[in-house]
Ligand binder design. Structure first.
Ligand code: NAD
Ligand code: 89V
Length: 348
């Protein structure tokens, strides 16, 4: 027998109806307790197409008009980074809770201002940092929490591919900052989620693809506050026999064993009890398509988490406050790479 939810239906709006917002919209449609009642995009064609596909009739070209006319519990900002500060502060000043896509802000100073604005308005804020919500990353975290390899002391979080990301996201080829700001930000967040906050780091970058503006290869060496050493390495210039895009591969060494997240979503656990492989295939949601299904599943997971947090008045795992730590690593990595790999100390 179905039981009615004790929580009132949450009413949300999505701002930005581009490439990635389609995943947000599919996930919202499948999550109980929430309804997307309005959409906003300055691009009329995209706005109309998303409204039609998802059966949403309240369509706005301007976010301030939408906020004035709709009674919303939250907005989900899925625009590119240049508009984030304006839109986050606009929603906060209207007293509406905010989800904001990554990269949260163009600078750490902006990010601090945005979190302060939401705190002053007393509105919840979550950065849509979804990679740590991927099925295999959740499994890794559980294995660590269960103490299956004792105390971790070293880790590598790696994303190497030659997948053409530029056709879906053309701005990635023209932005001055590319792989650390766009992808490394996810991989650094996974490293934080697995190994804790970072005390210091150093980084190298290079551009291999001559047809793009920013860097497409980055290697970041971090010392975490608890003494764990990690390497985060990302590349969109790595041609492999079996391109694992968009899988993040992970190696963790601990005092009593090791974990290896291998290609094909296979998690190898080795300790004194022996070796075993756990299949961590993400679900193939009805609207998802390979090879993106792992990311699409994580979109569903993080958005469901947001609904639970709003209902239970909890701070989301990737709150604005939390994400300041990830953004600080992005800034530090560029600072190091631009200054002969200098070691950068991260403020607590
Ligand atoms: P996009 O350019 O395809 O879509 C952005 C849309 O926002 C456009 O349709 C644009 O017209 C609209 N827009 C911009 N400013 C606006 C404003 N002020 N008001 C209303 N609409 C506005 O971009 P995208 O590729 O979908 O990326 C969006 C964000 O999602 C980026 O920050 C990107 O980094 C992020 N992203 C995240 C993931 C992930 O896995 N988390 C994957 C891809 C993209
Ligand atoms: O997160 C992103 O914006 C994407 C992708 C997942 C492909 O890295 O660029």
């Amino acid at each position: 027998m179905m039981t009615a939810s004790v929580y009132p239906m949450l009413k949300g709006a999505v701002i930005g109806c581009g490439f990635f917002a389609q995943n947000h919209l599919h996930a919202w449609r499948d999550i109980a307790g929430v309804e997307i009642v309005a959409l906003c995009d300055g691009n009329a064609e995209r706005l109309q197409a998303s409204g039609k596909l998802f059966g949403i009739s309240k369509l706005y070209s301007d976010a301030s008009t939408m906020l004035a006319q709709e009674a919303l519990d939250f907005v989900d900002i899925a625009t590119t980074v240049g508009s984030h500060r304006t839109l986050v502060e606009m929603a906060a000043n209207a007293g509406v809770a905010v989800i904001c896509q990554k990269p949260f802000a163009q600078s750490l100073a902006d990010a601090h201002a945005m979190t302060a604005c939401c705190a002053a308005a007393d509105v919840p804020l979550m950065v849509h940092e979804n990679f740590r919500w991927q099925t295999p990353i959740l499994a890794l975290r559980e294995a660590l929490e269960q103490g299956l390899i004792g105390q971790p002391f070293w880790g590598r979080v790696s994303f190497r591919s030659a997948y053409d990301v530029y056709s879906g996201q053309p701005y990635l080829a023209t932005d001055a900052r590319f792989i650390i700001q766009d992808l490394g930000i996810h991989i650094l967040d996974i490293a934080r989620c697995l190994f804790g906050n970072v005390a210091q780091l150093s980084a190298t970058t290079r551009r291999v693809n001559p047809n793009i503006v920013g860097e497409d290869v980055a290697t970041i060496l971090s010392t975490h506050r608890n003494g764990i050493t990690s390497v985060v390495d990302c590349s969109y210039a790595t041609m492999l026999a079996d391109d694992p895009f968009p899988q993040t591969l992970v190696e963790i060494d601990g005092t009593e064993g090791s974990l290896r997240l291998l290609s094909g979503y296979q998690l190898q656990i080795h300790n004194k009890s022996g070796s075993r492989i756990i299949d961590c295939q993400p679900p193939l949601l009805p609207w998802a398509e390979r090879p993106w299904h792992n990311i699409q599943g994580s979109v569903f997971n993080i958005q469901q988490h947001w609904v639970e947090c709003l209902q239970e008045k909890r701070e989301p795992a990737t709150s604005g406050r939390d994400n300041l730590h990830t953004l600080a690593l992005v800034e530090a990595a560029y600072q190091s790479a631009n200054n002969q790999q200098m070691t950068v100390t991260i403020a607590p």
